[in-house]
Design a protein. Structure first.
Ligand SMILES: *Cc1c(COP(=O)(O)O)cnc(C)c1O
Length: 448
């Protein structure tokens, strides 16, 4: 009976589990993979098949599945403290994590506020920005600015600063619309323009808005260097410097949403290090717990913290989640940070990245590929798919064909991307590149 039930995970899941980001009807044809266990970069299914997790399970897993060091830390923490409320109480993992993260910003962002998922971190940054201005007497500052193609999560507040039509349009009537300004996406370069030129052109758009509207604007929110969910749109760090300068001039906060690009993903621990500017609020989630447990946080400056510091409770920041600062999640994050230091991860990723980029060279120059791009541990390219109906199913066809090649890859529309964990060995890197090429040629070939 038990084993019979086990073998039927797919049918049971489809009738009882409502899967995220999925048109459930598509599973009439699209495979659903019953994962039984994971090890290193690989996920194993009930039928004994394996898949290289080339997108880090939605960009969260940095050091592999069932990582021995993170597992050991969690087992130790389990016997000490699984959870305690963070109002009126504190504990070592949350203190240690806050101090270590603050040190990684040279203590510019010295205060950490916790939640459990990325969208909530975005909500916190938006609310905190608005409330900080209000406490300073600037009560008109109630509006936010996001970039074309931005993605900051799918709760109602976060969706209001998200500009991905697929996620936003159905819920448009529920949202308080933000100002959407030009994206510095380097693919928009015109004849003779460099990526920094595109950045300067996009910053002009923001400059115009701020000149007219800054007294009503609380903050600009940006995914630094790579706008991931819209399709890995990459831009030059110059954009971040220009935004920082414009926002300083116009008294507007800068929020860097590093939920996807932080934790080494973009090539430095924080993406904004590459521009040498710090925001007023920095959001982290996804990779921070190594992909183990839900954890998110917002880091902010002393000036913001002081704007709330008072005897008056209503001037305090009013926001809480039941699992705020969960000790297990914080301990997983500490184990993750320890691996960064012990293994010199950011530097060693440069070698991994160089090898994978070289191995992907045949795809970079493939006649059906446009805009092959890479930053840190993110690779992406756009497939040339002219037929509209083929374009609509490209992503799902690619996903299914990749599974046949032992790869977990889920293109975003026509954009194929790789975001592997930071543990691939040379054979895994070469295999990933070769198989990605095989899948691409198969899918593109079948479309003709
Ligand atoms: C994933 C993501 C979020 C939302 O995080 P969730 O944990 O899925 O709510 C927000 N911003 C960016 C840039 C993301 O990639």
């Amino acid at each position: 009976m038990e084993s019979n039930k086990q073998s039927d995970w797919v049918a049971r899941s489809l009738s009882s589990v409502w899967h995220p980001c999925t048109q459930m009807q598509h599973h009439e044809n699209l495979p659903l993979i019953p994962v039984s266990h994971g090890r290193g970069a690989w996920l194993y299914d009930q039928n004994g098949r394996r898949y290289l997790d080339a997108i880090s399970s939605w960009w969260v897993n940095l050091f592999g599945h069932a990582n021995p060091r993170i597992n050991a830390a969690l087992k130790d923490q389990l016997d000490k403290l699984e959870h305690a409320m963070l109002a009126g109480f504190t504990h070592e993992p949350v203190i240690e994590l806050s101090e270590q993260l603050s040190a990684r910003t040279d203590h510019v962002l010295g205060h950490c506020f916790y939640a459990s998922d990325g969208a909530s971190a975005v909500e916190i940054a938006l609310k905190m920005s608005f409330h900080a201005w209000r406490n300073a007497g600037l009560t008109d500052k109630q509006e936010f600015v996001c970039l074309k193609g931005s993605y900051h999560g799918e709760t109602i507040g976060a969706l209001a600063v998200t500009d991905v039509a697929l996620f936003r349009d159905a819920y448009g009537p529920l949202l308080r619309q933000a100002h959407v300004v030009a994206s510095p996406d380097a693919r928009a370069a015109q004849e003779g323009e460099t990526a920094p030129d595109v950045a300067r052109r996009a910053a002009q758009d923001l400059a115009l808005l701020l000149e007219q509207r800054a007294s009503h604007i609380a903050a600009v929110i940006i995914e630094p260097l790579v706008q991931c969910a819209t399709g890995m749109a990459m831009h030059d760090p110059e954009y971040l410097r220009l935004v920082r300068a414009l926002c300083d001039r116009h008294q507007v906060h800068v929020i860097f949403d590093e939920i996807a690009v932080g934790c080494g993903r973009s090539g430095t621990f924080f993406a904004c290090e590459q521009a040498a500017v710090w925001p007023d609020f920095l959001c982290l989630s996804k990779g921070i717990s190594g992909g183990y447990l839900p954890l998110s946080l917002v880091m902010t400056r002393e000036a913001v913290f002081q704007a709330f510091y008072s005897t008056d409770v209503t001037r305090g920041f009013l926001h809480s989640h039941s699992y705020t600062g969960n000790p297990l999640a914080c301990r997983a994050a500490l184990a993750t940070l320890a691996i960064f230091d012990e293994d010199d991860v950011v530097n060693r990723n440069r070698d991994r990245a160089a090898r994978l980029t070289a191995a992907l060279a045949p795809l970079a120059t493939h006649p059906k590929v446009r805009h092959f791009r890479q930053r840190g541990m993110i690779w992406a390219f756009d497939a040339v798919v002219e037929d509209v109906s083929a374009a609509a199913t490209f992503s799902r066809r690619f996903f299914a064909a990749a599974l046949e090649q032992e790869l977990l890859l889920r293109p975003i529309g026509r954009t194929v991307y790789l975001m592997p964990p930071y543990i691939l060995d040379d054979a895994e890197i070469d295999g990933l590149a070769a198989r990605t090429q095989t899948v691409f040629e198969q899918v593109i070939g079948a479309l003709k």
